[in-house]
Design a protein around this ligand. Structure first.
Ligand SMILES: NC(=O)c1ccc[n+]([C@@H]2O[C@H](COP(=O)([O-])OP(=O)(O)OC[C@H]3O[C@@H](n4cnc5c(N)ncnc54)[C@H](O)[C@@H]3O)[C@@H](O)[C@H]2O)c1
Length: 385
């Protein structure tokens, strides 16, 4: 018997006028018609929250003045009308209280990164998610690219053999000046430890790099040795870090997270070297994946081609040669998280192919950030993760 499809109902916290990632989440959620955004607290300023809600067609009665009011108001609505999930797109300091409140109210959660400020908070969320049985996705969106999933499949299929070395770089240049003093809202909170958390660049983009490495290779970082710097004078948090990695099983690696690299835009790239071959993927050219078998010419896998594995083809929308990118990758995570939410609501097992970074992956990212900071400020050379 088929059931009538209805889009999942989403309430958003953050993402008001002038915000960056909230609008991306909304486009991603709506891209395939699997969600509708019906409620939100879009700003800590109630008037801005209301105006932002009107901009995107949310009824005044569901434009809330605070996130607590949203959770209470939505919990009080009838089943089928209330939100199914909460999307958290605020600066980092609000992730923990909102996520906690949403889980306790029984809502599924989609939260941006870094998950929270401390591993104690992260562990608390993991425990609560287990207790309440809600779905909790963390938008490490780079794992939503078809060619990243293809890369992981190639690793699993043995195409690179035993991994020996991994180099992951995340370089940006937008904080080469003190943009936080020049009215750049995104720079302002990212440079403030109360709002950003204990880390700057390492939390903001290093956490994505860590997630990408572990997701593609399946290898866990076992220990690390970090050089963490604030290279722009006066800034309170790190803006550049170089980290040596040792992986369980013996592979070695290097992770760079830098926001002072002038000229770099969103330059996330990963290179994986094994005893049978190598893989390279670059976020700014996401539809290509480079594979070099040892002693053979390089091959280029291109998104949209029938030779790709189903892990990649199942999340494509348009034929090859028509670029897909950042928003589609986000939408792929929304789609896979949505499949798990729908399965939970219907009391069935989710499609095994639907995957996304979970609260545990988010917690691992927080532990990684803490370990990098600890190593960076310690005379001890290697610190276990
Ligand atoms: N996954 C990614 O690629 C990616 C990219 C950018 C940002 N992010 C993450 O997304 C989050 C937001 O980043 P951003 O760059 O969009 O920030 P932003 O400053 O552009 O937007 C933050 C929004 O949250 C709102 N807000 C702040 N406090 C609030 C509260 N108490 N209640 C309701 N709304 C509140 C602000 O008014 C604003 O609208 C951060 O955690 C960041 O790390 C992730």
């Amino acid at each position: 018997m088929s059931t009538t499809f209805r889009p999942l109902k989403l309430g958003m916290v953050g993402g008001g006028r002038g915000a960056f990632i909230g609008a991306v989440h909304r486009m991603a959620a709506r891209l395939d018609g699997k969600y509708e955004i019906v409620a939100g607290c879009f700003s800590s300023d109630p008037e801005v929250s209301r105006e932002s809600a009107r901009d995107i067609g949310i009824a005044d009665e569901r434009a809330y003045s605070s996130w607590q009011e949203m959770l209470d108001g939505e919990a009080g609505r009838p089943d089928g009308d209330r939100i199914d999930a909460v999307s958290i797109v605020t600066p980092n300091h609000m992730h923990y209280p909102v996520a906690r409140g949403a889980i306790e109210a029984g809502f599924h959660v989609i939260c941006d990164k870094p998950l929270v400020h401390t591993s104690a908070e992260a562990d608390e969320l993991v425990k609560l998610v287990d207790e309440r049985g809600v779905v909790f996705g963390v938008t490490h969106n780079y794992t939503g690219y078809p060619m990243v999933r293809q890369a992981r499949q190639l690793v699993q299929d043995g195409a690179v053999g035993t991994i020996r070395k991994i180099i992951v770089e995340y370089n940006q240049g937008w904080l080469a000046r003190r943009a936080e003093l020049e009215g750049n809202k995104q720079a302002a909170w990212r440079s403030d430890p109360k709002l950003s958390g204990p880390a700057g660049a390492m939390g903001d983009i290093g956490s994505h790099a860590e997630n990408l490495v572990e997701s593609i290779t399946g290898l866990e970082i076992e220990s690390l040795c970090a050089d963490v710097s604030t290279l722009v004078p006066g800034r309170a948090l790190d803006d550049d870090a170089n980290v040596l990695l040792r992986f369980a099983g013996g592979a070695r690696g290097v992770l760079i997270a830098s926001q002072i690299s002038t000229g770099a835009e969103n330059d996330l790239r990963i290179r994986i070297f094994g005893d049978a071959g190598a893989l390279t993927w670059h976020q700014e050219e996401p539809n290509s994946l480079y594979y070099t078998p040892i002693d053979k010419p390089q091959q280029v896998y291109r998104r949209g081609n029938p030779y790709l594995h189903s892990v990649a083809t199942r999340i494509e929308r348009i034929p090859f040669g028509h670029p897909e990118g950042f928003i589609e990758a986000f939408a792929n995570l929304y789609g896979d998280i949505g499949e798990h939410i729908r399965a939970a609501k219907e009391g069935r097992k989710a499609d095994a192919a639907a995957e996304f970074p979970t609260v545990r992956d988010g917690a691992r990212g927080v532990r990684f950030i803490e370990t990098v900071l600890k190593s960076g400020s310690s005379s001890e050379k290697w610190i276990p993760l």
